[in-house]
Design a protein around this ligand. Structure first.
Ligand SMILES: [Zn+2]
Ligand SMILES: [Zn+2]
Length: 329
């Protein structure tokens, strides 16, 4: 691994190419897998990401950041390394970073999921010698249902509430999950409202060819009628005064974490929809075994069960201590 990638204080570093992947701190050259804040941080000299990621990254980093982008699959030379980006299926523009140095191929997957998704490019399997995988949901209890099933559950909940004149408040992360919810629900049921944190990302998704329904921004000063509405809100505003306006609404959360019943109760939610942008246990195994990698490094989440499983399959798997991640998708 050391010739291709080193684990440094700032994150994964490719010495042959002189760049970091999703680093912390201040580095001169950062390759960014996707625009979630625990991967795309401010303060680096220059950034490289996929074409579809670039406008999202701009929103995250501000207009001064130096961002270059690549189409998926295009191979470039960075120092002595050959580098290309490939769809990770996590959110729009999310990439796996393929790095080749002297015939040794490593892939840093960032966050990924092999399950289909209406709002992003489908995951691409890449053969490699070494694979750096996330393990956010790396336990056998995490098994996702097809997204159509989850959309049907959300629609049923919304219909039920609308029939009783009760607004449906659905918590979903502002980048990725919110767009996924919007793309999958049935807009015939009623009007759809969004929190303003969700809206800057919508035109970027639409320009990339993602079909989204008509939505209205919540405007607390106006006379909007929410009684049959679905209101998509990032979880960060859960306890703010903004929500006082919706004390009478039914509440639900769309997240992989909703697979754990206790979390739903603790957050005082009526419902939880298990919709994740990460691979479930089977997805992780399908991808990791599919890459053919003989060495696997595990980041994000508790990777002990995954490393034990892979070790049993003859794969040299170990945990990679990385900067603490705040993302819980
Ligand atoms: Zn992410
Ligand atoms: Zn992440």
């Amino acid at each position: 691994m050391l010739r291709v990638l080193q684990n440094r204080r700032e994150g994964l570093f490719c010495p042959a190419g002189g760049f970091f992947v999703d680093p912390c701190g201040h580095v001169s050259r950062a390759v960014i897998t996707h625009a979630h804040s625990d991967h795309a941080r401010k303060g680096h000299g220059s950034y490289l990401c996929s074409d579809n990621c670039k406008p999202l990254l701009k929103i995250r980093l501000g207009p001064k950041a130096k961002i270059e982008s690549l189409p998926f699959g295009k191979r470039i030379k960075m120092g002595d390394a050959l580098v290309s980006l490939h769809p990770a299926g996590h959110i729009l523009g999310s990439s796996q970073v393929k790095i080749e140095v002297s015939g040794q191929i490593w892939v840093v997957s960032g966050d990924y999921k092999p399950q289909p998704d209406l709002t992003c490019e489908p995951f691409e399997m890449i053969k490699c010698h070494g694979f750096v995988t996330e393990s956010t949901f790396g336990l056998p209890v995490y098994r996702w249902l097809p997204e159509d099933t989850i959309y049907a559950q959300i629609n049923d909940w919304w219909v039920g509430n609308a029939e009783n004149g009760i607004p449906s408040l659905l918590f979903a992360y502002s980048l990725g999950k919110a767009q996924r919810v919007l793309a999958g629900v049935d807009p015939e049921i009623g009007p759809i409202f969004i929190h303003h944190a969700v809206s800057p990302f919508l035109p970027i998704y639409e320009r990339s060819g993602v079909d989204l329904p008509k939505v209205e921004k919540v405007d607390l000063d106006s006379e909007q009628n929410y009684s049959k509405g679905l209101i998509v809100v990032p979880p960060a505003v859960q306890d703010s005064s903004w929500l006082k306006r919706f004390t009478y609404a039914e509440r639900a959360f769309a997240s992989g974490w909703m697979a754990i019943r206790g979390l739903r109760r603790r957050r005082n939610l009526g419902k939880g929809f298990v919709l994740s942008d990460h691979a479930d246990w089977n997805g992780l195994l399908q991808v990791i075994l599919g890459t053919g990698a003989e060495t696997v490094k595990i980041t994000h989440g508790n990777g002990h069960a995954l490393s034990r499983y892979l070790f049993g399959r003859g794969i040299d798997a170990s945990l990679l201590n990385q900067p603490v991640s705040a993302e819980v998708q």
